[in-house]
Design a protein around this ligand. Structure first.
Ligand SMILES: Nc1ncnc2c1ncn2[C@@H]1O[C@H](COP(=O)(O)OP(=O)(O)OP(=O)(O)O)[C@@H](O)[C@H]1O
Ligand SMILES: [Mg+2]
Length: 249
């Protein structure tokens, strides 16, 4: 469903992504883990069609979006949902309007159809009856779930999650992880999950890649990664201060 081939992203100050290769199968949840600043959000934004790669290919369902014209990109973007690192809700809009936003903008649905979809998605993420609240009245975990409901409202084929459990207590993080599994099982979405929360990664994904300084340094099944002999991967997964990764770099 998603094939990333030798993908690079350069800015004037240097390379952020260097020749990334990644394959994500239809219906699978693939995790990308790595240190802060490794390039995870940049990679996700390239896959979402929000940033244009400076090199390589990015095939979504066989179509290379890396060099696609802006007008064509819009159609692809509509098939991809993104749950942003910081919930990225519109503060001045109610929960209902936040979830309805894409539907109003990109579909011709009637008001009653929109209401049905919004209510169903809010119920799916465990937030029934919150539709008239403002984002500021909700906790961080609830806001993340609204962000997920908003992405799900568009019925995406692909869902990209940027740090969906960051900053949440372990139990709230686990409920988000369950929702990610639910989205895969009930809607059959193909997902890429970016995170440094090892526990959530292990519970939701079948395969994991580790990105370090803009490069994929290892990938495999969750089990293979847990037994990986690579010193950098080992250090990261165990959260050790001693090893090839120096945080001050
Ligand atoms: N437009 C840009 N111009 C220059 N540097 C950038 C730009 N966007 C990102 N960077 C740099 O690229 C690196 C990767 O950023 P990115 O946000 O992808 O990291 P990340 O892995 O998501 O980190 P975190 O875990 O903290 O969210 C960082 O060093 C960042 O400062
Ligand atoms: Mg990030």
């Amino acid at each position: 469903m998603i094939i990333v081939k030798q993908l690079s992203y350069r800015v004037p100050s240097g390379s952020i992504l260097r020749r990334i290769d990644l394959h994500v199968r239809k219906g699978e949840t693939m995790a990308v883990m790595g240190m802060s600043g490794a390039g995870k959000s940049t990679l996700l934004k390239c896959i979402a069609g929000l940033l244009r790669p400076t090199g390589g290919q990015l095939l979504i369902d066989g179509i290379d979006i890396a060099r696609m014209r802006e007008s064509q990109l819009d159609n692809i973007r509509r098939r991809i949902g993104m749950v942003f690192q910081y919930a990225a809700l519109f503060d001045s809009l109610t929960v209902f309007e936040n979830v309805a936003f894409g539907l109003r903008r990109h579909t011709r649905m009637t008001e009653s159809e929109i209401t049905d979809v919004v209510m169903a998605r809010l119920a799916m993420v465990g937030l029934a009856h919150t539709e008239s609240k403002m984002p500021s009245e909700m906790s961080g975990g609830m806001q993340k779930r609204v962000g997920l409901a908003r992405a799900l409202a568009m019925n995406p084929e692909i869902l990209l999650y940027d740090e969906p459990t960051a900053g949440l207590d372990p139990i709230t993080a686990a409920t988000i992880a369950e929702l990610i599994i639910k989205a895969r099982d009930e809607l059959g979405v193909t997902s890429v999950l970016v995170s440094h929360d090892i526990q959530s990664i292990m519970s939701v994904s079948s395969r994991v890649a580790m990105i370090h300084k803009g490069r994929i340094i290892a990938s495999g099944t969750t089990e293979e990664m847990q037994n990986c002999e690579d010193a950098t991967v080992k250090q990261f997964m165990r959260g050790e201060t001693q090893g090839p990764i120096h945080v001050t770099e």
